[in-house]
Design a protein. Structure first.
Length: 115
């Protein structure tokens, strides 16, 4: 059989056929890489969305808990202060804590690595 190839002059595919096969293979690789990138992007987005939804649910529970704690503090202060003064103390504590957390958050946004 090798003798027949030597006689007929067939040494395998022509240069054009080899280039076509190479181009087809390269297209297949690019197509596969694009598909993998699309799947990876979808997984990243879904993971981010589930993280955001968990953070929102957690924030809602935190807010409700904070309201309950503030109400308890107000009721505790009612036995010692006038109602308006109790409300003012609880409001001032909430404003102070909120301003501190907001300042910390702004600092983290401006300098995310903490350096």
């Amino acid at each position: 059989m090798a003798f027949r190839h030597a006689i007929s002059g067939e040494n395998g595919p022509s240069a054009v056929q080899a280039l076509e096969r190479l181009a087809d293979g390269a297209q297949g690789v690019v197509r596969d890489q694009l598909e993998l990138a699309r799947i990876d992007a979808r997984d990243t987005v879904l993971g981010s969305l589930s993280g955001v939804s968990a953070a929102v649910v957690g924030a809602m529970f935190l807010f409700v808990g904070w309201l309950a704690l503030s109400g308890a503090a107000y009721n505790l202060l009612l036995s010692r202060l006038l109602p308006w003064a109790s409300f003012a103390v609880v409001a001032a504590a909430n404003i102070t804590l909120g301003a501190a957390v907001a300042a910390w958050g702004i600092t983290r946004i401006r300098n995310p690595r903490g350096a």
